[in-house]
Each structure stands twice: as structure tokens, then as C-alpha cells.
Design a protein around this ligand. Sequence first.
Ligand SMILES: *Cc1c(COP(=O)(O)O)cnc(C)c1O
Length: 469
Amino acid sequence: MKGNHRAQAVPGKTRARSPSVRQLAQWDHQYLWHPFTQMQEWVQEEPLIIERGRGCYLFDLQGRAYLDGTSSIWVNLHGHRHPALDRALKRQLGKIAHSTLLGLSNPPAIELARELVHIAPKGLTRVFYSDNGSTAVEVALKMAVQYWQQRHPEAGPKQRFLHLNLAYHGDTIGAVSVGNIDLFHRRFKPLLFPTLEAGPPYCYRCPLRLTYPSCGMACLDPIEELLKSHHRELAGLVIEPLVQAAAGMIVHPPGYLKRIRELCTRYHVLLIADEVATGFGRTGTMFACQQEGVTPDLMAVSKGMTGGYMPLAATLTTEEIYQGFLGKYEEFKTFFHGHSYTGNPLGCAVALENLRIFRRERTLLRLRPKVAALARWLEPLTTLPHVGEIRQRGMMVGIELVLDRVTKTPYPLATRIGHHVATEARQHGLLLRPLGNVIVLLPPLSVSLAELQRMVAIVRSAIQTVTER
Ligand SMILES: *Cc1c(COP(=O)(O)O)cnc(C)c1O
């Protein structure tokens, strides 16, 4: 890597009455509690305070520029301050910021629902809004359980869920119940409802010690066994399609999801696809399920839904499930669920424009050469002495660092190897947020080839600096 990548300060801009950088840093330490953050450590360091953004860059209060290597934690698609998204938000603000979907409707919520149905896997025809990925998953779980009670009471109580180990579906209690990332979840075990769990297709560390494709995806056998013996009590199977993101970007082998779909159909268990991370082009297609021609029974979306502008989510489902909730009022088949900001017009207006940008700018088409270039540039990193595996699907990349490549011995979590790499990358103007020993690179879909190349170069040198020192 050549040149000095330390970002230059942008002169100008005086901040007359706004608090100073030092004042803000002090107030942050005094009043804020940051998510997934050890605050005792946080308060010992100068916080990086982001003031502005443009395209793939974030700017701190001193005007230093950083590449947004995580898409602001997996939400941004078309870059920051996209003129059309800014305009859509302002236009809606000129009408109304919020009114409720409880007993009322609003144009952006209506139009967006129609658009979502058009782009969703065929057969998903109904849209139920909420505010974030976790709530979208909660909605799917509750819909599944109530559906079986109302539509097929003769089926007996189908109210349990099957999911994969290392799954992540959000941080609320239902979503945590169907997930299992030990570090995040173990404290809350006493609050969780019981579930059935199967091993994930984590090919790099295959518990069956087999290799794809000669394994014939033998890891599906235990799932079929569970379905066979428990389908009478199972409401649904919950899965992150194609990529188990929070587990460290575990990329499922091709054909896996399709087989899961077939198994769910055969055993009358609803397939709940959590597309919160994978949705809206992140894996190269609008939704990950579409790469395998799969239509889930319920689909949760959020993160990229507004292009990274506003908190908004939706649970999409089929006519069959929707019909299961119809009846006279006094049958009380209503889906009794909703949030204060459900169908928020600002969020829906910007989400609608997000989808228009996909069409206007041919986002998915223009993504293809970037995905290919990214793969090409990452390839040489596979020979670095502490890179175990590089996993990529579309614009999602996980680089798993290991102490020893031959034995695949992981770095002990306490060494915080991923964190050190991210800290090093920041010195060179790239913001990353690792998942344990996995370096995550998740650029906005609008990233330029030059920006992408620079991100990979910084990631490479940061990994080398930290693991080879
Ligand atoms: C981020 C994420 C969630 C949770 O979404 P929030 O908006 O953070 O509640 C759920 N599922 C998956 C797959 C995610 O990546």
C-alpha cells in the first residue's frame, strides 16, 4: 500500500454554538451506554464521533474521513446522503412525519407494501410492518404459532421452533430463543423458551469432518430426523438463508436452503427466512432465497430496507397464512400485535425510494463486477499465515483468522485479534467491526471499484501488521 492513508482534515466549518469535540466526548462518557460495548474500556478511549457522511465515507467531528467498511453495521446500500433518499425523506416530512397504522392507513405504507410484494419471492403477498430486525422475527414467530392454532387446530399444539446452532435472529427474547451465539445469549437462558437445534453447515469446521460436495450435505440428515420425530409439535424452522451473518459470515453450501425448503414442506413445518442481513441485494440478488428459487412461508426483512436511513422492518407472508387469521371479529382471530411506529410514513417513504434506486441505478446489475473484483482481490489474502478461510457471498465477506492454519486452531477470544485488526484499519481510514476472530467486510452496494480495492488493501495490511508482529 502506498501513500499516507491517514485522512486529511477538512478545513472550514466553524462550530459556533455547538459543543466542542472535547465536550461531546466527555458527555458521551458521562451519559451514554453503547450497545455490545464494554463501557469500562470505552470510557478510557477517545470516542470516534461521526458527524457527517457522504457516499462510502464517514467524517468525524475533526473532519477526518473513514471508509464505511460495515455499511454502518450492515444497513447502508446506496451510500450516505444519497440525493434521492434525502429528497424522499424531506418530501414526506413536508406532509407528515408519523400517523398510525392501527385503524388508519398512509400512502407510503400502502405503496411500499405493494412494491415489496412485487420484488419478494413469488407467493409472499402480505406485508406486516414493524421497526427492526428483531421485531420482524418476533412477528414471524407469533404469526406461525397463531396460524397453526387457528387454521389447523386438529394438528394439535404446533408451537415449537427448530433452528440452527450459531444462529442470530436479534436481541429480543423470542429472537434470542431461536438463536444461539453463546457469548451473546448465555446470560439470558433463564428467560428463553425451549427450542430444537441442529448443527449449522459450517463447512470450514464441519462437525462431521466431511467435505462439500462429496458429503452430500449429510448435515441435513439430523435435521430431517428432528423434523420426522417432532413435526407434530413444530410450528416452524427459522433460518438465515445462505449466510449466517452474526456467526461470522458462515456461507451455506449451494442447494442447502432448497433442501431445507423441501424438508419443511414435506413435514408441514413453516419455513421462516430471516433475511434481515441478507435482504435488499446484500448477497447479489434482491433476496437470498431467490438464489435457490425458494419461497419461505414467512420472511423477515429490515436492515437494508430503508437504504440505511431509518429503522423499519417487515414480515412478509403468504395468502395461506394470512387467510388463517380471517374470521368474524368475535372469533378473535385478529393478529394482536403492533408497535407505536408501525408503518411509519418517513421510513416507508425512504424505503420506497430505496427500491426505486435499485431500478433506476440498476444496483444489482452493477453489483456483479464489484462482487467479482472483490473475490479476485481477496484471493491473495488466503495465503496469509493467519487467514483460515475467506467467505464471501455478494457484498458480505468474513475473513476467519486462526492461530494455526493447519490445525485451524482459533485465536482465544480474549486475545481480541479481530478488534486489534479493526483498530489498525481505523488508523488507515477504514472502519470495521469484527465478529470475534472473523474480520467482516460489508461495503455499501454503491461502493466504487477504487474504494473497494482500497478497503481490501487496508484489511490486508491490518491483518498482516497485527498477526505477524
Ligand atoms: C441484525 C439482525 C437481526 C436483528 O435486527 P435488529 O434490527 O438489530 O433488531 C435479526 N436477524 C439477522 C439475520 C440480523 O443480521
